[in-house]
Design a protein around this ligand. Structure first.
Ligand code: TPP
Ligand code: MG
Length: 347
């Protein structure tokens, strides 16, 4: 038997590295677990924000399947991700430590940026995660540049993933980036998480087309539209083609989530029922997709799914408590890492 590989995607067998016809049970469970974790982190973020413990909460409710499916296609140790501000789920799926998500949220001294960066805007060079971007579409040109570099270096086993919302497709940088990627044939997959809103602006006020994916065609790239509540459909749409990476634009529809960020008002009616409905629909669709992928195999019973959810909640609770107890940055550190040497403008 060959040595286990350091990374694998859903159709790779982690034991012997073979490509298999369908995902292993453990891979499907990992996918589902990632979705549960995303939702738990999301919920905790809004709780902490309302308790005044963290500055901002950024939600990705309803985007779980898109992010889990995209994260599963990311080849660890090879690919590079250029995410946007809702992508906590993808970075977790790419191996980013949960504890560092909370260190960012709590702005603790232990945070990778010492509590200076806006919450959830994490970076992990070793894991191939570029800084999460809040400047809409700015990451598109960066992603295309990175993919161009891979191409120039002849790194044909690597690819770039670039994610954004439907609103980002109205930005000039988005169009420039896609055109350049198509003309030069660079290895980048563009993933649009289409929730049909850009904060308060509905999709209909941004474009006259119904299907964002057709924009890819105008640049000569394939564009596909898939169910954003089906992580396996997403995975199939974005995973590496057998004959190597090629540019592709994909749009997924993950229906409007009520919680855009704590900076915007909730746009749907009262929270508890809405939250319950949303959770049920996402989880049910995911379970059926997981079942379909597993054929007649039983991957998770209802009791096992509940146990998994309890385990994820316990993990998030423990992580929250541990990080909350960590120290805040010292005031005297304000100018640290800004100037070369111990410089301070006040002394
Ligand atoms: C260049 C720029 N313009 C405006 C904003 C303000 N802004 C923050 S989020 C957002 C909406 C983006 O919508 P979309 O791309 O659909 O992403 P979603 O939040 O729906 O996932 C806007 C306009 C910004 N961050 N950057
Ligand atoms: Mg949107």
């Amino acid at each position: 038997m060959q040595a286990p590989r350091a990374y694998y995607t859903l159709h790779d067998d982690p034991e012997d590295g073979r490509t298999q016809a369908r995902p292993l049970d453990e891979q499907l469970i990992a996918l589902f677990r990632n979705m549960l974790l995303q939702r738990a982190v999301d919920t905790r973020g809004f709780q902490l924000n309302r308790q005044g413990k963290i500055a901002i909460a950024m939600g990705s409710e309803g985007h779980e399947a898109v992010q889990a499916g995209t994260g599963a296609a990311f080849v660890r140790g090879k690919d590079v991700l250029f995410p946007y501000y809702r992508n906590t789920g993808i970075v977790l799926a790419c191996g980013f430590p949960l504890v560092d998500v909370f260190r960012s949220q709590f702005a603790r001294a232990t945070d990778r940026t010492k509590g200076r960066q806006i919450i959830n805007h994490v970076t992990d060079r070793a894991r191939g995660i570029a800084s999460i971007s809040s400047i809409i579409a700015s990451q598109v040109t960066h992603a295309v540049g990175a993919a161009y570099a891979m191409q120039l270096r002849g790194e044909s086993d690597r690819a770039v993933f670039c994610t954004f919302g439907d609103g980002a497709t109205s930005e000039g940088e988005w169009h420039e980036g896609l055109n350049f990627a198509a003309v030069h044939g660079v290895p980048v997959v563009f993933v649009c998480e289409n929730n049909r809103w850009a904060i308060s602006t509905p999709q209909s006020k941004q474009m006259l087309i119904e299907d964002v994916a057709i924009r890819a065609g105008s640049y000569g790239m394939p564009g596909v539209s898939v169910d954003g509540f089906d992580p396996l459909a997403v995975y199939e749409a974005v995973r590496r083609p057998a004959n190597g990476p090629s540019p592709a634009a994909a749009r997924r529809s993950s229906r409007r989530s009520a919680t855009a960020s704590s900076l915007t008002r909730r746009t749907t009616t009262t929270a508890p029922t809405v939250a319950a409905t949303r959770w049920t629909s996402t989880a049910a669709t995911t379970r059926s997709a997981v079942r379909a992928a597993a054929g007649r195999r039983r991957v998770l019973s209802a009791a096992e799914a509940a146990a998994l959810r309890a385990e994820v909640t316990a993990q998030v609770n423990a992580c929250t408590d541990a990080v909350e107890a960590e120290p805040l940055p010292e005031r005297t550190d304000l100018y640290g890492n800004v100037y070369e040497g111990p410089d301070s403008p006040w002394t």
